[in-house]
Design a protein around this ligand. Structure first.
Ligand SMILES: [Zn+2]
Length: 386
């Protein structure tokens, strides 16, 4: 029998558990870095989440500089600006402390350090990217999974669309999953990033590129999220639930790196690019409707997921199980108070054609969707969530 090829690409070292942030000292020694470039966001810097990182760097006698001017959902102009700062520095190791936007920017700029090509050339041809500075990812949300993927999402202003740059040279060398970093995360961000991670797991499991490696991690991530997201949202002090969410987000990212997301993310990018709806929210709004639309093509896969997240259920048909898991996804979105439609984002019927045209361009992800979506299908899904 012919077996299809598939791959598992992962960070070299993944540290988890209490005080794992201290591992930064070992990493600095291992990389013989005299100067560390810390990438973070203004807000994270202000509330002191990076202080412990700075302390560890100082204690091992290294120097550091901070790049904190990273806007959420950055565009090509932001990349050029940050890359210039990095190119002017003598940093030898990049440490990213933040959510998806910070980590994506850090991976991209670390790989592009000193590059002879521009971000626009890279967008035309992802394969020209070479290896750059070593990177350490320290996620401060529980969802994007950027720490375990080799993708970087950039908003292309002229197209009003977010585009994914994909190259294995962006895979992080080190990941630190320290739950103290998400202890004080605002609950609406726990919710939106957590449902983003759930979308990663469910999309990868139902993707055309799903394989035994991605299935393993997508199933575990789904189970962890179903069991912990509502708890993490309603009980901010429940560190066990939050630790599980951090691990789930990482595993769902591993699933992306081996399989790939599908139509939920494809239809989500134009909503982020043009209307600046946060990534986690647009995915949360789209996840159940897209899975319902896909159901006939993914019934068995969704049924396996249903059995994974609630094992031992009474024997039912695959169709019933698939319907149940989509219903449970809707419940999670409702219970964590994420909007379930675009009504508060001023997206109108007159915007539909443009949205459909933009989403239809995201072939990289639409090709992964088991149900082939026509422009008419995409329009129907958008109509449902208006
Ligand atoms: Zn996502």
């Amino acid at each position: 029998m012919m077996m299809e090829q598939y791959q598992l690409v992962m960070p070299k070292f993944v540290y988890s558990g209490t005080n794992s942030l201290e591992k930064i000292a070992d990493i600095i020694t291992r990389e013989k870095a005299k100067k560390v470039m810390v990438f973070t966001g203004k807000e994270i810097l202000k509330i002191g989440i990076c202080d412990k990182v700075f302390e560890v760097i100082r204690e091992c006698g290294a120097d550091y500089d901070v790049i904190s001017d990273i806007r959420p959902e950055p565009g090509t102009v932001d990349v050029e600006k940050v890359l210039k700062q990095l190119n002017q520095s003598d940093g030898e190791l990049v440490v990213a402390v933040g959510g998806g936007s910070v980590m994506d920017m850090a991976k991209l700029c670390a790989a592009m350090k000193g590059a002879s090509y521009t971000i626009h050339q890279l967008l035309e041809d992802n394969s020209i990217m070479e290896n750059g500075l070593p990177t350490v990812m320290v996620p401060t949300t529980c969802g994007t999974g950027s720490e375990s993927t080799f993708n970087s999402i950039v908003a292309v202003e002229s197209k009003q669309l977010k585009v994914g740059i994909v190259n294995t040279n962006m895979m992080a060398d080190y990941v630190i999953l320290d739950s103290s970093m998400i202890a004080g995360l605002p609950k609406h961000i726990v919710a939106s990033t957590g449902v983003d991670a759930l979308a990663h797991a469910v999309e990868c499991f139902t993707s055309n590129r799903a394989n035994p490696f991605s299935d393993l991690v997508a199933k575990e991530a789904s189970k962890l999220i179903f069991e912990n997201i509502v708890k993490s949202y309603h009980e901010p002090g429940n560190m066990e639930a939050k630790t599980n969410m951090l691990r789930a987000a990482f595993l769902a990212g591993v699933a992306i790196a081996s399989s790939g997301t599908t139509a939920v993310h494809a239809l989500s990018y134009p909503l982020g690019g043009k209307y600046h709806i946060p990534h986690g929210i647009s995915n949360a709004i789209l996840l159940a409707p897209v899975m319902r639309y896909n159901m006939a093509a993914c019934e068995e896969r969704l049924a396996i997921l249903a059995d994974t997240v609630s094992p031992g259920g009474i024997a039912r048909s695959n169709k019933e199980k698939a319907e149940e898991i989509v219903k449970r996804i809707e419940e999670i979105v409702r219970d964590t108070h994420i909007p379930s439609s675009l009504s508060e984002y001023n997206v109108g019927k007159e915007d539909l054609d443009q949205l459909v045209a933009s989403a239809f361009e995201v072939k990289r992800l639409l090709n992964n969707n088991r149900k082939e979506l026509t422009k008419e299908d995409i329009k129907n899904i958008y109509l449902e969530i208006l």
